[in-house]
Ligand binder design. Structure first.
Ligand code: PDD
Length: 287
């Protein structure tokens, strides 16, 4: 059974109802998080919840629950195991359609789960390398806020799909920002490059972890501007995201990247990732 959480009630998804005047539905006036749980253990849960609070503050939605408790309960009610939890907070129901809102509105809090593969149980050889296209980044200038208004991301992802690619990389003013659904890394001569954290990209939780792991291992990295030529000339390209971890990209706009296969730097980062996750699962690390 698919149990969801809606405004204080855990219930089967078919029974959950929201108002047609909910501002999340009418305006995309809502923020969200996607948090993987492996065997019931949240992946960087605190970091995800900190980002949720950042998003809520940035759009002036006042909502503070015991998010961790709520998610743990939802995960258990859905049988535990490997699940990704989706948590959305909209500004709530204004009873009519109007852009302005009242300060004292009650937010709509919704959460659900879906099964995900445990990427950490897979060997590197089971990870499928991806292909990508580059397309215009048509989003607003506050991409650091995780809003549900994902139409530009959806159109870009669909364009990739129609061109037979797995992901769309977004470009603004001649520079790559991130993927439609992921952060971007370019590897050249043993150095990891990634666009700087700014309001033009989402501060990815997985992105931060990759940089932390690189730091711990003494792998050099730089947060820099990346243009199209730099992207195509890379030895390796990676994408990162909470439910997929770190994944190699072997072709961009039909151009082969590096040797056209999973590169040695990716192999190393993937192993570091697995090590991190195992420490998390066994409680060996307070992460
Ligand atoms: N999205 N950039 C964008 C635009 C994203 O949508 C995502 C993830 C990321 C990676 O962030 P993180 O490592 O914190 O998952 C970067 C989620 C998974 C989604 O919308 O489903």
């Amino acid at each position: 059974m698919n149990i969801v959480y809606l405004n204080g009630v855990f219930q089967p998804s078919e029974q959950a109802r929201i108002s047609v005047f909910d501002r999340g539905f009418l305006f995309g006036d809502a923020v969200y998080e996607v948090i993987p749980f492996y065997q019931g253990v949240g992946f960087r849960l605190q970091e995800h919840l900190d980002r949720l609070r950042h998003s809520l503050r940035a759009v002036h939605i006042r909502s503070e629950l015991d998010w961790a408790d709520l998610l743990h309960e939802l995960v258990q009610l859905n049988g535990g195991g490997n699940l990704s939890a989706y948590l959305q907070v909209s500004r709530g129901d204004s009873g009519e359609r109007r852009p302005q809102y009242d300060e004292d509105m009650a937010p709509t809090v919704f959460a659900c789960c879906r099964p995900i593969p445990d990427i950490y149980q897979l060997g590197a050889d089971q990870i499928k390398p991806l292909t990508a296209i580059v397309t215009a980044d048509l989003r607003w200038h506050r991409c650091d806020i995780k809003i549900t208004g994902l139409l530009p991301n959806i159109l870009a992802a669909q364009q990739a799909r129609e061109q037979g690619a797995d992901e769309a990389l977004l470009m603004r003013d001649g520079l790559l920002t991130e993927g439609a659904n992921s952060n971007l890394f370019v590897i050249r001569q043993g150095v990891i490059y990634t666009p700087k954290r700014s309001s033009e990209i989402l501060g990815g939780i997985t992105r931060e972890l990759i940089l932390e792991l690189a730091d711990d291992e003494g792998i050099p990295y730089q947060e820099v501007d990346i243009d199209y030529q730099t992207l195509l000339a890379a030895d390796e390209v990676w994408l990162s995201g909470s439910t997929r971890g770190v994944v190699p990209v072997v072709s961009v706009d039909g151009h082969t990247i590096g040797g056209g296969d999973k590169g040695p730097m990716w192999q190393r980062m993937f192993q570091l990732f697995i090590g991190f996750q195992q420490a998390l699962m066994t409680g060996a690390k307070d992460v």
